[in-house]
Design a binder for this molecule. Structure first.
Ligand code: 3PY
Ligand code: MG
Length: 255
């Protein structure tokens, strides 16, 4: 599917369920990639991933036909073009606060005229079999996706201005941080307040021609996200799936 397949599927109206990789081990990643996922997201914010594991993970995902998205750390602007150079199909920047932050993201994620991404995608070109660097340069602004996380009160208040930023492809909602922000300090990602906000963000993003992505914890939340108009969800995590398996085993043994 390469770097461009994800954009094409989203633009074609597909609802994508992405895996979430937080552990550096390639065998665990390989097992995760055998799951029912249309993409995989590597977490450098809260997960264990570093640059080396992301580079190796993107490579394995590409060889297994799965496009990779990378969530860089807070203020991780310098890493954005780097992980795109590794071959990522998309990037997620957490804790965005303003339209200016979103413009900074576009600046590092997109080549001119949209942004000022530095040129040097040798690895991405080879991994995804672009014909040449020139071809990647010509297609990358379209093929790769930049998502701004909406998870702070300031970002939610500035949503319309953020959605108006040219070159930003979508928003990625962090329901946990957003719930803490909206409720004044309560972690309640499944609460009505957050669900209403998700529906509102998805509707406004659609009107603005942007994609909406959301972190979800399980299958019922995935179905709800789809009904609310989200285009992509990242579900649970490698560790979460492992934990659920352990719990199911413990419950069975306790029977
Ligand atoms: C959040 O829910 O705050 C997230 O960042 C999800 O990863
Ligand atoms: Mg968050």
């Amino acid at each position: 599917m390469g770097a461009s397949g994800l954009r094409a599927r989203l633009a074609g109206g597909d609802f994508i369920v992405s895996g979430w990789s937080s552990m550096r081990d390639v065998i665990i990643l390989e097992r995760l990639l055998q799951g029912p996922f249309g993409a995989v997201a590597f977490d450098m914010q809260h997960g264990m991933h570093d640059e080396a594991s992301v580079a190796a993970g993107i490579q394995l995902a590409a060889h297994m036909g799965t496009p990779a998205i990378v969530r860089v750390p807070v203020d991780g602007y310098p890493l954005v073009s780097r992980v795109l150079d590794f071959g990522a199909a998309g990037v997620i920047l957490p804790m965005i606060e303003t339209a200016e932050d979103a413009r900074r993201l576009v600046a590092v994620a997109k080549y001119p005229p949209l942004g000022s991404r530095s040129y040097g995608p040798t690895r991405a070109v080879q991994l995804h079999r672009y014909a040449s660097g020139a071809e990647y340069f010509q297609r990358a602004n379209h093929d790769t996706l930049a998502f701004a996380m909406i998870e702070t009160p300031a970002a939610y208040a500035a949503l319309n201005e953020i959605l108006a930023v040219e070159g930003l492809d979508g928003v990625f909602i962090g329901p946990s941080d957003l719930s803490i922000a909206l409720s004044g300090g309560r972690l309640d990602h499944a609460g009505q307040q957050v669900q209403d906000a998700i529906a509102d963000i998805a509707a406004r993003a659609r009107d603005a021609g942007k994609f909406t992505a959301l972190y979800v914890f399980d299958a019922p939340e995935t179905r709800r996200a789809r009904a609310l108009g989200c285009d992509l969800v990242t579900i649970s995590s490698d560790l979460g799936i492992f934990g659920a398996g352990l719990k199911a085993l413990s419950d069975t043994l306790a029977d």
